[in-house]
Design a protein around this ligand. Structure first.
Ligand SMILES: [Zn+2]
Ligand SMILES: [Zn+2]
Length: 258
């Protein structure tokens, strides 16, 4: 394999892996760089790809949720009272306008993030980042699950939870020109046995340690919140039962009427 150095990085003679790209905004090389994201003011590469995708997924979910809530509020504002007296209340026009703005905002961000998400899915499926797409090249051609593991960690249970991903990073990953990959698809032959796969074992062990620590924190938070809800609900139910004990009032109605 040809060894390339980055001339733009500090020092000018640092090794540049085949799948790395120099980001002019960050001023260093980023491995499996996808793009420099202005929304997070950082590069998106292999090691923060999981967080980036979660960021997009959760914006999509909350935007959809916002749109549904705003639609219901809007409907409620229009139809709440038959007398329409509520429309003359001082806050009504502002609430009305805010509902529309938030609804449009929710719809726009939901479509925007949905679009990004489908692109990211394709990018993981084909093992081709946005930078690779510009350079007309691909990474190692493997299974979707395998590709996803290389970005989101070995344990799929934690892919949607913001913990440190355990990544087995192969800085020696080769790049394949588009033509070669197209030929492989035509012939249905994927003989991309990587002769240069040597992930840093020390780094992987460190990644796993880091991931285990963060998983423990998440479990701790989960157990604490469950306990909290358990006691909270218990309190709530017991206070409700107390208030349900109604002293018999003198009334005309008596159960014997039935
Ligand atoms: Zn560089
Ligand atoms: Zn950057």
């Amino acid at each position: 394999m040809e060894i390339k150095n980055c001339t733009k990085c500090e020092g000018g003679d640092t090794w540049k892996p085949a799948r790395a790209h120099h980001c002019t905004e960050c001023g260093f090389c980023v491995f499996k760089m996808d793009h420099h994201c202005p929304w997070i003011n950082n590069c998106v590469g292999q090691r923060n790809y999981k967080y980036f995708c979660q960021f997009v997924i959760y914006i999509l979910l909350s935007s959809a949720y916002l749109s549904i809530l705003m639609f219901l509020s809007f409907y409620n504002l229009l139809t709440a009272e038959k007398t329409k007296i509520h429309m003359n209340r001082p806050g009504y026009p502002i609430a009305f306008i805010m509902c529309i703005i938030a609804f449009v905002e929710g719809i726009l961000f939901a479509f925007f993030t949905y679009e990004i998400l489908t692109e990211q899915f394709e990018s993981v499926d084909e093992n081709q980042s946005y930078i690779d797409q510009l350079k007309k090249q691909y990474g190692r051609q493997g299974e979707l699950y395998e590709n996803a593991q290389s970005y989101f960690g070995m344990d799929s249970m934690w892919w949607l939870i913001p913990t440190h991903p355990e990544l087995r990073i192969n800085y020696l990953e080769r790049v394949w020109p588009k033509k070669a990959v197209q030929r492989m698809i035509q012939m249905d032959k994927f003989d991309l046995q990587e002769e240069h796969s040597d992930p840093d074992k020390k780094q992987f062990a460190e990644e796993q340690r880091h991931a285990r620590f963060e998983k423990k924190i998440v479990w701790g938070i989960l157990i604490l919140s469950l306990l909290f809800w358990f006691f909270f609900l218990q309190e709530l139910l017991s206070s409700q039962f107390e208030s349900n004990i109604v002293r018999p009032k003198k009334s005309k109605w008596s159960p014997h009427d039935y």
